[in-house]
Design a protein around this ligand. Structure first.
Ligand SMILES: Nc1nc2c(c(=O)[nH]1)N[C@H]1C(S)=C(S)[C@@H](COP(=O)(O)OP(=O)(O)OC[C@H]3O[C@@H](n4cnc5c(=O)[nH]c(N)nc54)[C@H](O)[C@@H]3O)O[C@H]1N2
Ligand SMILES: Nc1nc2c(c(=O)[nH]1)N[C@H]1C(S)=C(S)[C@@H](COP(=O)(O)OP(=O)(O)OC[C@H]3O[C@@H](n4cnc5c(=O)[nH]c(N)nc54)[C@H](O)[C@@H]3O)O[C@H]1N2
Ligand code: SF4
Ligand SMILES: [Mo]
Length: 743
């Protein structure tokens, strides 16, 4: 029996865990008390890893559609099939007829996160879609514009804070997002014990709100109005002259834009009275270590980009951006653009480097927004998408306007899914290629550590070799790239990767102030060649990173350091990073973009606009992750049901009791969901979780199919996308609610 250190990696908390393994089976998973980041925290999902790995419904060999049915096939057969189909599509319609979608689970998979962009490049297509445009793109774009790098994403320095505002996030159930702070509630509790306070702003009194010092119900999409009122108040309070404030360009212009947003002018719209706004702003200004943090409820609503921008303004004006205990920029171990090259200046950031074919939507972080995916597939013409590679994602449940997405996917000539289950999307595939089991893959949460509240990394080596029917995701993706580039699936993928890595190394030797500026590419490649081909990129990233050994020119870490410390390598608490972390052209915080003035005008108009009868919002559930985990019996729980939570006063008025079916509709579509009457919902707001609707998965995901729930995205549509980013609006839809007469 072995005790194997790992990282849970099932959500963004990145908890250190220890697996008990016997005869190649995971028997038990417990928290790793020695993990410097998670300190012994683990949740029910982490503990259910043995069930997830043993799930009989998992896809373990490639499945290929033959005679209309997905049937087991060899990898060679699957690759040969893809090669035939893809080559024909490329020959007839060119690279723009191909596309890649990258789902949320890619963020938790080292190989997929490392190679997905290369797959799109190898295909030669600009049709790269990711779940980020259903999620955080407004946050990233605003960071890109202000700080010059879309990964300049601050996190609340919770372990040293005395006050944290949590807006549109429920870390008690999501376990935190764009913030790796495992065991968030415990960290929050410690803050309370040292005299600190937490405040939750949410239309629903969540589990986080129940544990916070104060809960403030806010109108859906009311955050921008509220924050504008706070920013207005802070401007009057003589903002502290911090480094961040002194770096802001055109502060006077911004103050002029915010002038109309007096607290009493925004109070009705956000549902928070003017005195409270002034009290909260004053407390934020007067608390030394305070942070404002926002998540899904702020980035997938009516004013997503504006809300993110106002959050930055509030953090800056209260003196909290880049301050210890405030909102701090992480410094991950792996190199990222704002830890490479000249310090404090860069190329800046733009959106719209190209536009989408059908709607002319802007390119956003080298992606086309998901709001355009279905139309790019179902609208005929030159460049119509005919092939999709879907990596660790499930757009059928994730994307608004489900029916159109389903039909668009059905119309493709080739759908290849890299997945571990036959979910709603993979069921439509021509080919499913499975990721290997957890014990047969290496892991490092490269993507997530970019949001960690400490500079931290924990690497898990592959525990056992691949079995004959298994392939690493690295191999799979490199073979797909080889096919796309016309080398054939059986090309020498190590040689292809080595050539690409050498090119990257070469570029880096020419980047001024990079860790290997002026060094010899061959010398660096020689050092990398001592490792397995699949480990070289990561070693390179670590060694040129802020804590790296710069390939021998200073003391620092390498991949070997991480291998030697399976309990994790902790490079310390966050440190102030301004102006060093900036990559704007001016070397300043470029905040006065005209788009925000336009958005403030749209907000002004909204302040007095009529309100809908009901507003629909979403919620996450502790024992699932978006559309998956519903197939794990052990994770079924009374709190994990697909219900429509509705305020008790509203329910009384409409004659609705818990368990009654309610009909929730828009002018275009309707769903029927069991009601859950509760005093946790604000009046006029209804909450339905996403990720459900497994009715057609019998024989594929049997546990999930037995308790299918309803796919809320059947009634959510892209309607009013965020003007700057075209991000989906998943929260804040006007809907009608009635008791169903079919129930
Ligand atoms: N209405 C509404 N819609 C939403 C949201 C909302 O709040 N409301 N949230 C949005 C957000 S934030 C997101 S991120 C998206 C999520 O959108 P998606 O990422 O498209 O959806 P998931 O359900 O997370 O799909 C993850 C897929 O990865 C697979 N998978 C899991 N582990 C692995 C692995 O190791 N390897 C491989 N190859 N596959 C794996 C799972 O089986 C599943 O099919 O949904 C969005 N949609
Ligand atoms: N257990 C579990 N963990 C998860 C996931 C999961 O499905 N299950 N999904 C993962 C993913 S993909 C993500 S992106 C993260 C998301 O992480 P979080 O954002 O923390 O998750 P949510 O529970 O969706 O919290 C969003 C909150 O916003 C509130 N809200 C809705 N509209 C508004 C609004 O207009 N204003 C304000 N202030 N609040 C609003 C909702 O009521 C909800 O409580 O979680 C990740 N972790
Ligand atoms: S909080 Fe997330 S990372 Fe931690 S054990 Fe649970 S699912 Fe895994
Ligand atoms: Mo997400």
């Amino acid at each position: 029996m072995d005790h194997v250190r790992t990282t849970c990696s099932l959500c963004e908390a990145s908890c250190g865990a220890v697996m008990t393994v016997e005869d190649g089976k995971i028997l038990k998973v417990v928290a790793d008390r020695e993990d410097a980041l998670s300190g012994g925290f683990i949740c029910a999902k982490g503990a259910a890893i043995p069930d997830l790995e043993a799930d009989p419904d998992r896809v373990r060999t490639p499945l290929l559609r033959k005679d209309g049915e997905l049937q087991p096939a060899s990898w060679e057969e699957a690759y040969a099939f893809i090669d035939d189909k893809l080559s024909a599509i490329l020959a007839e319609h060119g690279p723009q007829a191909t596309s890649v979608y990258v789902g949320n689970a890619a963020a938790h998979n080292l190989n997929i996160i490392t190679y997905f962009e290369d797959l799109a490049k190898a295909l030669g297509t600009t049709n790269l879609f990711t779940a980020a445009s259903l999620d955080q793109n407004p946050r990233q774009v605003v960071s890109g514009l202000l700080y010059g790098d879309e990964f300049a994403l601050y996190v609340p320095d919770i372990d040293r804070s005395q006050l944290v505002w949590i807006m549109g996030a429920n870390p008690a159930e999501s376990n935190g997002s764009m913030m790796v702070a495992p065991g968030f509630l415990g960290r929050m509790q410690k803050m309370h014990e040292r005299g600190g306070r937490s405040i939750v702003f949410d239309p629903r009194r969540t589990m986080t709100a129940d544990r916070a010092s104060e809960y403030i119900p806010i109108t859906p999409s009311g955050d921008a109005a509220f924050l504008a009122g706070v920013a207005h108040t802070l401007l009057k309070l003589d903002p502290p002259k911090t480094t961040a404030l002194l770096l802001v360009d055109d502060l006077e212009q911004i103050a002029a834009w915010l002038a109309p947003f007096k607290p009493h002018a925004v109070a009705d719209a956000c549902g928070i009275d003017a005195d409270t706004i002034v009290r909260l702003a004053t407390e934020l200004r007067e608390t030394e270590a305070a942070a404002v943090y926002g998540r899904i409820g702020t980035t997938t609503q009516l004013f997503s980009s504006l809300t993110c921008w106002l959050m930055d303004m509030v953090n800056i004006l209260a003196g909290n951006l880049d301050a210890v205990g405030g909102s701090m920029f992480p410094k991950p171990l792996l190199a990222q653009p704002n830890t490479i090259g000249p310090s404090g200046v860069g190329e800046g950031f733009t959106v719209g480097k190209w536009t989408s074919r059908v709607s002319g939507a802007p390119e956003v972080i080298s992606q086309i927004p998901m709001a355009c995916m279905a139309e790019e597939m179902d609208t005929p013409g030159d460049g119509q998408i005919r092939a999709l590679f879907c990596l660790a994602g499930n757009p059928v449940t994730a994307s608004p306007d489900t029916k159109r997405m389903q039909a668009a996917l059905d119309g493709l000539d080739l759908l290849v899914c890299l997945d571990i289950y036959q979910g709603e999307t993979a069921s439509k595939a021509d080919v499913i290629l499975p990721s290997p089991p957890r014990l047969a893959r290496p892991n490092y949460d490269a993507y997530l550590y970019r949001f960690a509240v400490r500079s931290y990394g924990r690497y898990t080596q592959q525990y056992r070799p691949l079995e004959p029917h298994e392939r690493s995701d690295r191999e799979t993706l490199l073979r797909l790239m080889a096919i796309a580039q016309g080398h054939g699936w059986d090309a020498d993928i190590d040689a292809l990767e080595e050539a690409a890595l050498a090119a990257t190394v070469d570029v880096m030797t020419q980047v001024p102030q990079s860790a290997i500026e002026g060094r010899d590419t061959d010398e660096i490649m020689q050092m990398l060649r001592t490792l397995d081909p699949g480990e070289r990129r990561m070693d390179f990233g670590l060694r040129i990173g802020p804590f790296g050994d710069s390939f021998g020119s200073r003391d620092g870490i390498t991949l070997q350091t991480l291998k030697d410390s399976p309990q994790g390598v902790d490079c310390g608490a966050l440190v102030p990073r301004l102006p060093e972390s900036l990559r704007t052209r001016s070397g300043r915080i470029e905040a006065a973009h005209e788009i925000f003035a336009e958005e403030l005008e749209r907000l002004s108009a909204w302040l007095n606009a009529p309100r809908p009868q009901f507003t629909l919002i979403g919620r996450r559930q502790l024992r699932s992750n978006n559309s998956w985990f519903h197939n794990i019996e052990k994770l079924q729980h009374p709190t994990r049901e697909c219900t429509a939570q509705i305020n008790s006063g509203d329910a009384d008025r409409l004659g609705i009791a818990s368990g009654d079916l309610v009909r929730v509709s828009t002018p275009k579509a309707a769903i029927e969901v069991p009601a859950e009457v509760t005093d946790t919902m604000s009046p006029g707001v209804i909450s339905i979780p996403h990720g459900w609707g497994h009715g057609k998965l019998e024989g594929k995901l049997n546990v999930a199919a037995a308790n299918p729930g309803v796919n809320v995205n059947t009634i959510v549509d892209y309607g009013d996308v965020d003007p700057l980013t075209w991000n989906g609006r998943l929260n804040g839809m006007p809907v009608e609610v009635v008791k169903s007469n079919t129930g």
